[in-house]
Every structure is written in structure tokens, then in C-alpha cells.
Design a protein around this ligand. Structure first.
Ligand code: FE2
Length: 281
């Protein structure tokens, strides 16, 4: 083969591979949910909760940017696992206008619930345009509560042996984390819910020790193999996805999102996390 033929052939193969990668990133991976299993050792876990499951669902982003029948199908699959607790860590919608409220209601007919409790917090997108509309946050909260999700807006709730501390979103207009973290009690089994992991670096934690469950980053949605995700909406670029030991008694877990903003994913599959509760120490 002469050089010109070789270049031509390589170019053809390269173009073909590019088209396939594009199709995969657009039509396959955004809808290829995986259940990620993680062990969660907790201090002061009541004996009867050992081996129970806590499911985390995050960033479903209901709206017009992708076909949300996929979220409904994923919810049906998730409910079959019969989780004991379910937590939702924000961004229920990609908000354009009130249409998303009715779309969310439609999806919430299939809401995944835990037999021992179902808790949620809000994310930045749940605050409407410019993340600054309290009326939108209120409408979404109402939809969630009607569906059986207890929404914590800078509040804590003790539920069947777990103390959930729910922080409202950093980029929204109701970020008062100390109101939630003042409910931290070292003698309980505490789990904090906090949409944006950047909050971990703020001095608002009241000496909290334990797990913090976040979302928000979507794992970057697109990640070249062996390289960091180039697009992460956080200040601290260490906060991309998965389990991160903050080395001060806190363990952060960042869920890679079930939905997406733009319908494109590569090397960051959508996720539902299933934690198995264990006793620490
Ligand atoms: Fe999000």
C-alpha cells in the first residue's frame, strides 16, 4: 500500500470510529444506567439496620433535553430492589418554565420509595431561572412531598434509626447550612445530604463526622479514559465522582447522576447507588 492509500484508509477508519463514538455517546451511554454497590460503615448504627440498604438517586433533570421515559423505566427497575431507605440529592428538573412541574408530577407517579423512609433535598436547578425563584422551589417541594418524599431544606430528621441532615443548595437562595448541621449529634447514626460537594470545603459542618451524599457534578458526563473529566461544575476539581475520603472523619460520595443536562455521556455511566449499611468500629 502506498502512503497516499494508507492515509486515505486511516482517515476513513478514523471517521467511522468518530461516528460510532458519537452515536454511542448520544444514544447509548446516557440511557445505560448502572446500579453501583457501596458499603457504608456508620457509627452508632442500630443493630436492626445492619445489612439494610440505602439507595441514592440524584439529578434526574426532568425536562425537554432527553426522553424522560428512561427515568420512569429506571425508577421501576430500582423499586424492584426494595430499598429500605431512599434519598434524592437534588436537580429534579432542568427548568425552562412551568411545563417541568407537570412533567415531574408525571414521573413521580413512579417514585422510588424506601420501606423505612424516603428523603430529598433540592439542587440548584430546582430554583428555576438563574437559580433564584423561590416559587419554583416551593412548587417542586410540594410535588415531592405529595409523592411521599420528605424534603429537608436546612433541616434534619431522625427516621427509623438514621439521622438525616439535609442542606439546601449552595447556588440557590436558601443556603443556610448551619441550620441543618446544628442538628448533628455525634451519638447518632448521621448521614448528610448536600447537592453540591463544594460545601464540604466551607466551615459550616459543626464538627460533623460521617457520610455526605452529593450529586451535582454528573461525574463530568464526558471523561477521556485515564484523564480527569474536563467539565466539572465545582471549584474543587477533586470532587468529580464516587467515594472520597475527606480525611477528617467525613466520607463524601458523589453520585454520577441518573439524568443529564445535555444528552451526551462518555465513560461516565448514569448511576443509582445502593449503599449497604454496616456498623463502623
Ligand atoms: Fe444536576
Amino acid at each position: 500500500m502506498n502512503r497516499r492509500k494508507f492515509i486515505k484508509k486511516t482517515f476513513k477508519w478514523g471517521a467511522g470510529l468518530g461516528v460510532l463514538t458519537g452515536l454511542y455517546s448520544w444514544q447509548i451511554e446516557p440511557f445505560w444506567m448502572e446500579f453501583v454497590h457501596v458499603k457504608m460503615p456508620l457509627k452508632n448504627l442500630p443493630k436492626e439496620l445492619i445489612g439494610k440498604t440505602l439507595m441514592q438517586i440524584s439529578d434526574i433533570h426532568i425536562g425537554n433535553s432527553f426522553d424522560y421515559q428512561y427515568i420512569i423505566d429506571s425508577f421501576k427497575e430500582a423499586q424492584q430492589l426494595k430499598p429500605d431507605f431512599v434519598v434524592y440529592t437534588g436537580d429534579y428538573v432542568s427548568y425552562d418554565d412551568n411545563e417541568q412541574i407537570s412533567q415531574l408530577q408525571e414521573v413521580l407517579k413512579y417514585v422510588v420509595t424506601g420501606s423505612l423512609g424516603t428523603i430529598g433535598i433540592l439542587g440548584n436547578h430546582d430554583y428555576g431561572i438563574d437559580y433564584a425563584e423561590e416559587s419554583v422551589a416551593k412548587s417542586i417541594t410540594k410535588c415531592l412531598e405529595t409523592a411521599g418524599i420528605t424534603v429537608l431544606r436546612n433541616k434534619a430528621i431522625e427516621l427509623n434509626g438514621l439521622n438525616f441532615i439535609g442542606i439546601d443548595d449552595l447556588w440557590g437562595i436558601n443556603f443556610h447550612p448551619e441550620e441543618a448541621t446544628k442538628k448533628y449529634d455525634a451519638s447518632k447514626a448521621n448521614i448528610a445530604l448536600c447537592h453540591n460537594p463544594d460545601v464540604c470545603d466551607l466551615p459550616v459542618w459543626n464538627n460533623f463526622k460521617g457520610w455526605i451524599l452529593s450529586g451535582h457534578t454528573h461525574g463530568g458526563q464526558v471523561k477521556p479514559p485515564f484523564l480527569p473529566a474536563p467539565m466539572l461544575p465545582v471549584k474543587n476539581k477533586k470532587y468529580d465522582a464516587g467515594k472520597i475520603d475527606l480525611e477528617d472523619g467525613r466520607t463524601l460520595y458523589i453520585n454520577s447522576a441518573l439524568g443529564c443536562l445535555l444528552q451526551v455521556r462518555f465513560n461516565v455511566r448514569p448511576e443509582i447507588t445502593l449503599f449497604e449499611l454496616m456498623r463502623e468500629g
